[in-house]
Ligand binder design. Sequence first.
Ligand code: FES
Ligand code: FES
Length: 167
Amino acid sequence: MIDLNINGQSVAVNAPEDMPLLWALRDIVGLTGTKFGCGIAQCGACTVHLDGQPVRSCVLPVGSIGKKAITTIEAVSQTPAGKSIQKAWLDVDVVQCGYCQSGQIMSAAALIQRTPNPSDADIDLAMSGNVCRCCTYSRIRAAIKQAATGKAEVLQSVVAMPARSAS
Ligand code: FES
Ligand code: FES
């Protein structure tokens, strides 16, 4: 058994030490908000926080974590940064298929936690390891800026979308 601190709770996980954290989270603990994408630390879909830092859970052995605090998408709203990011994601309507979005939100929350008012370059650097097949990058950047500044006018930089018909 390996004791992990997940979302503020101590959880005993029956897993070999070399099992990637992502497998333990999804298949053993049942926290399926964190997604599998590439499995080789290249896409960012599996991002969680370890002591507040974004890490790729698909390549992180559970035996290496020790007492560090794991935070997943299910609990990201428990911090002010995570809460403001989630709200901005909804306000800006970032999500398309949604598959990459939990990893995107975890990386974005970690960014504004450590850099409360990030520049475009800060955002591009912090989010460069999170890939989105739906190409929501401009909306992701706008949502991060809104979360950081609280200024809704940032949304004006988002590409205008045609009004949806009711049909
Ligand atoms: S699934 Fe972990 S980075 Fe792609
Ligand atoms: S929203 Fe579809 S992959 Fe990012």
